[in-house]
Design a protein around this ligand. Structure first.
Ligand code: PHE
Length: 454
């Protein structure tokens, strides 16, 4: 079955730019600005950064191409796209597992993403009310501790974030997304550069750079490698169908390779700038690089608190971070919502309501992980940490292996070559080798090594 001439029933992007913007909006989010710095700090810096960049370049880019390609050819929600593609290629219907696991991963990730998104809303108000002025590192830690320590405040902001996300999803992802990404993402980068400028004045800029870029493998473990790999998938929105569903709205003529490289480069730049801005502030204020999820909420306020116009810029920063989080969160639920529309015959509004409700309920576990359940640990991890490990370090990499295997082995070269439509034969051969052999083997080695298999 090949329905290549028909657009997806959910619509189509108006142009190449619209797709690039939407995919960049999905990729650039809390992962770049909140998560990347703190997991870098927890894993000792430079070696982790190096391994992450390597994973983005050699595994992330080919996999993004594969996901867009499968989406564009399948033109349905990931579950049904995989069903259709399995039928088309004459392989087992078990491949639809990719769609199910991805759809579930999206809901699980959004459940905690929404809580952190809620933090950014809370911090807009802290910034606007002048709570950052002259803040010390210690003061910032107290502010954050009090903020996450109150379960009701946490539930409140988590609820607001979910409501806004689902109301955008209910109206269809393409309305408004393009504008948000075209103007607001560059604005966010400008404000990150402002923080970077401040970081240069702290006297610890070189120390920050050394932490990020002078290779030091002494803190790098098997788990660090898996975390870096998992983050490469997370930050590019890979392994769970978000890019696949956005790919399904891509018109036939667009070049998949060039677009994927552009998105990966933009995404990595944002993360590296965030890292360079944050660590000098960490060192200058005697904060802990391994502080964990609180890291940017303790450093960014200090930066704006010591800057002329800091109240305004600080407020703007968290508003823009919130928008970056929204454009990612809507892609996290898009697989689940389109699945309910296609398989349960629901309207988009209804599908958004039910997915939103379930995700919100799950998110309560994360809101409590920072207060009433902070000490409840199973196998040394809180509810939030388990959810993060399960999704980023297991579900996304395993989803990625399966996508690579399907694109590399189940799909014929004839079909993938035609879909990718690359100008260069060498480029295609390289992609095919990476996706067929290198990606599945490399990801399996990192996974098995981290679980202690060797
Ligand atoms: N890439 C997003 C970020 O970095 C998170 C995300 C993961 C979005 C998976 C969609 C799918 O914040």
């Amino acid at each position: 079955m090949n329905n290549n001439d028909q657009p997806s029933i959910h619509g189509q992007w108006s142009s190449r730019l619209a797709f690039v913007m939407a995919a960049t909006g999905s990729a650039v989010g809390l992962g770049n600005i909140w998560k990347f710095p703190y997991i870098t700090g927890e894993n000792g810096g430079s070696a982790f950064v190096l391994f992450y960049v390597l994973c983005v370049a050699t595994l992330g880019i080919p996999l993004m191409m594969a996901e867009v390609m499968l989406g564009r050819r399948g033109k349905r929600t990931p579950i049904n796209a995989m069903r259709a593609l399995a039928a088309e290629t004459g392989t087992s219907q078990h491949w639809q597992f990719i769609g199910w696991s991805g759809t579930l991963a999206g809901v699980l990730i959004l459940s905690y993403y929404s809580v952190i998104g809620g933090w950014t809303i809370g911090y807009i108000f802290h910034a606007a009310n002048g709570h950052f002025s002259d803040l010390s590192g210690k003061g910032a830690s107290t502010l954050f501790g009090d903020f996450v320590g109150d379960p009701w405040v946490q539930i409140g902001w988590h609820t607001v974030f979910m409501l806004i996300t689902m109301s955008i999803v209910a109206r269809g992802v393409r309305h408004g997304l393009e504008k948000a990404v075209t103007y607001l993402m560059p604005a966010l980068v400008v404000l990150l550069l402002v923080v970077l400028g401040y970081a240069m004045t702290t006297g610890y800029f070189m120390k920050g750079l050394a932490f990020l870029f002078t290779p030091d493998f002494s803190h790098f473990s098997g788990t660090s490698a898996l975390t870096a790999l998992g983050h490469a998938f997370f930050t590019l929105s890979l392994g769970m169908g978000a890019i696949m569903i956005y790919g399904s709205y891509v018109p036939q003529k667009i070049s998949i390779a060039g677009t994927s490289v552009a998105i990966a480069v933009a995404d990595t730049m944002v993360a590296l700038i965030a890292g360079m801005a944050i660590f000098p502030i960490v060192f200058a204020n005697a904060l802990e690089p391994g502080a964990g999820p609180s890291l940017i909420f303790e450093t960014i306020p200090v930066a704006f608190g010591h800057m002329a116009g800091g109240t305004l810029f600080g407020t703007l920063f968290f508003v823009l971070l919130l928008i970056a989080a929204w454009t990612s969160s809507i892609s996290l639920v898009e697989p689940a919502v389109t699945m309910m529309i296609e398989n349960l015959n629901m309207t988009r509004h209804r599908a958004a309501f039910w997915t939103g409700l379930v995700t919100w309920l799950l998110g309560l576990g994360t809101t409590f992980s920072f207060n009433v359940w902070a000490d409840v640990e199973v196998l040394g991890l809180t509810f939030f940490e388990h959810l993060d490990f399960l999704t980023s370090n297991l579900m996304l990499p395993i989803g990625g292996i399966c996508i690579a295997l399907f694109a590399g082995w189940a799909m014929s070269k004839h079909v993938s070559r035609a879909e990718l439509n690359m100008n260069s034969d060498v480029g295609y051969a390289l992609w095919h080798a990476l996706i067929r052999v290198i990606a599945p083997i490399a990801v399996s080695i990192v996974l098995l090594h981290a679980v202690g298999a060797f």
